[in-house]
Design a protein around this ligand. Structure first.
Ligand SMILES: C[S@@+](CC[C@H](N)C(=O)[O-])C[C@H]1O[C@@H](n2cnc3c(N)ncnc32)[C@H](O)[C@@H]1O
Length: 195
């Protein structure tokens, strides 16, 4: 299992530090939880983690790495199966690079819907200026072994975050492994605080 993203680890520490002992642990939703690296990091910080993914393989992996975690086998092409304001934080990490842009107008506001006021939404995605994108086909370069399938510009994402304030937005640049001829990776990392 890969290491958790530093943004998610920092969020876990922040929520844990704010948690008053003896009260209910902050509830955090991991959308597209995959193998559970963030479920583990958030759970290890003492948070009440809920995982969601459409793949049975994810459910199996999470049972292994974080037994007892609440898990929803769910496709986020449909509304998230939670009441409004259910979570202190929602994490959507390494998921939009695999999500059809057509899903964003419903999915991003739905993440806001299930988030409590003042809650934090963490999301990352790959900018179209990324070197792994073929400028002609607008798709991931077929000659590279791994990488994102979908690229999203800020102008395609930000309007669907109307329900919160973008408190932090960082563009991470890194060389494409083994391909100095390509433009660098261009990954956006956003932190949104719900109004
Ligand atoms: C690259 S993995 C990232 C896993 C995890 N968030 C992480 O950072 O390690 C993307 C995950 O999103 C899930 N996913 C993609 N599309 C989905 C959808 N429409 N509904 C639910 N899960 C989806 C995939 O099944 C996969 O587990």
């Amino acid at each position: 299992m890969r290491d958790p993203a530093e943004d998610v680890v920092a969020l876990a520490a922040e929520l844990a530090a704010r948690h008053v002992p003896g009260t209910r642990a902050p509830r955090v939703l991991d959308v597209g939880a995959g193998e559970g690296r963030h479920v583990v990091a958030l759970g290890d910080a003492g948070l009440d983690v809920v995982a969601l993914d459409r793949e049975v393989a994810s459910a199996r992996a999470i049972v292994e790495v974080a037994p007892g975690t609440e898990f929803a086998l769910h496709d986020f092409a449909h509304p998230l199966p939670y009441a409004p304001e259910s979570f202190a934080a929602v994490v959507l990490w390494s998921v939009l690079p695999h999500a059809d842009p057509a899903l964003l107008p419903a999915l991003l506001p739905d993440c806001g819907r299930v988030l409590a006021h003042g809650g934090v939404f963490l999301v990352n995605f790959i900018d179209p200026r990324d070197g792994r994108r073929d400028p002609d086909t607008h798709a991931r370069r077929a000659d590279l072994p791994r990488g994102p399938d979908h690229f999203h510009a800020r102008a395609d994402v930000d309007p669907h975050l109307w329900w919160g304030q973008i408190a932090d937005a960082r563009l991470m640049r890194a060389p494409v492994g083994g391909r100095p001829d390509l433009d660098p990776v261009a990954e956006w990392r956003l932190r949104v605080v719900k109004h």
